[in-house]
Design a protein around this ligand. Structure first.
Ligand code: G1P
Length: 298
């Protein structure tokens, strides 16, 4: 089987959890410190060797397209002012990788969004990234999954152990057998209750899929939430041959909720020289404080 060159980024959700911030911009453009959510995923894809990205967009794609495009006006301004560091920063984004956009007319679910990329992916294995899940690791998560794909020649899911109180937010796998960090997946269920969950292994937003998933998604009916679920397509795929899950090495940051986005922003900012000192002083000043209105300068 060939190597993985293409990655699909579904980015057509309505981002209702983040309203009103997402009224006129995709949630993928919300920043974690000073970088939009989607750029973290794109950087992981590039670091893993992906050279073509397909973004499935919804009604408000402009900000994403503009972000990864050349901005002549901004570059001219920065050059003119001698702002070399900033110039390099913005150039690097537009030079990073080839991106193609495809429009999903209606938000019919993750499975449907992946199906939109069928013609652009063609007949080869491909990666899927959900930008809501940021993964920090020494070896990029997708690169770790590609190694498993090469060995096993089967679709690969990223797995992460979650608490019982968290299982209903994820697709949860049922494991057939385990070899180190690699599990053979027997079945999976989308957003089960704690009582129904077959394990504590959640599917995170990184997948390596084979092109036969498209035909299966075409025949997948609406599932949880009235949406065409990728997990339901994967269940059908598991009937056709083995699927494996990798408990990857790395740390997962969920930026799919306002609380998760805030926690991740704080964690990342505390690692940043120049921000760390001011922010940690500010957080310490809030600690144990139940009253008062700390302002940004405190
Ligand atoms: C999606 C998938 C789910 C997966 C999760 C990972 O859910 O449907 O199987 O576990 O991403 O973040 P969503 O977060 O879009 O509700």
């Amino acid at each position: 089987m060939s190597s993985i060159r293409k990655a699909v980024f579904p980015a057509a959700g309505l981002g209702t959890r983040f309203l009103p911030a997402t009224k006129a911009q995709p949630k993928e453009m919300l920043p974690v410190v000073d970088k939009p959510i989607i750029q973290y995923g794109v950087e992981e894809a590039v670091a893993s060797g992906i050279d073509q990205i397909i973004v499935v967009t919804g009604r408000d794609k402009r900000a994403i397209v503009d972000h990864f495009d050349i901005s002549f006006e901004l570059e001219h301004y920065l050059k003119d002012r001698g702002k070399t560091r900033e110039l390099q920063l913005v150039r690097k984004i537009s030079d990073m990788v080839d991106i193609t956009y495809i429009h999903q007319k209606e938000p019919l679910g993750l499975g449907h969004a992946v199906l939109m990329a069928k013609d652009l992916v063609g007949n080869e294995p491909f990666a899927v990234f959900l930008a809501d899940d940021i993964i920090r690791s020494r070896v990029p998560c997708m690169r770790q999954m590609m190694e498993v794909f090469q060995q096993r020649q089967a679709p690969v899911l990223a797995l992460y152990r979650v608490g019982k109180d968290q299982v209903s937010r994820y697709g949860i796998v049922k494991v057939k057998s385990t070899d180190g960090r690699v599990h053979e997946v027997e079945d999976m269920v989308e957003k089960p209750s704690a009582a129904e969950a077959p394990s504590d292994l959640a599917i995170l937003g990184r997948y390596i899929l084979t092109p036969n998933i498209f035909g299966l998604l075409e025949n997948t009916r609406e599932g949880v939430g009235g949406e065409i679920q990728l997990t339901d397509g994967l269940r059908a795929l598991a009937q056709q041959g083995p699927i494996v899950g990798l408990e990857f090495e790395g740390t997962y940051f969920d930026v799919g909720t306002p609380a998760g986005l805030l926690k991740t922003s704080i964690a990342f900012a505390l690692e940043r020289p120049g921000l760390r000192e001011e922010l940690s002083g500010y957080l310490a000043s809030l600690d144990g404080r139940s009253e008062g209105k700390p302002g940004p300068s405190q």
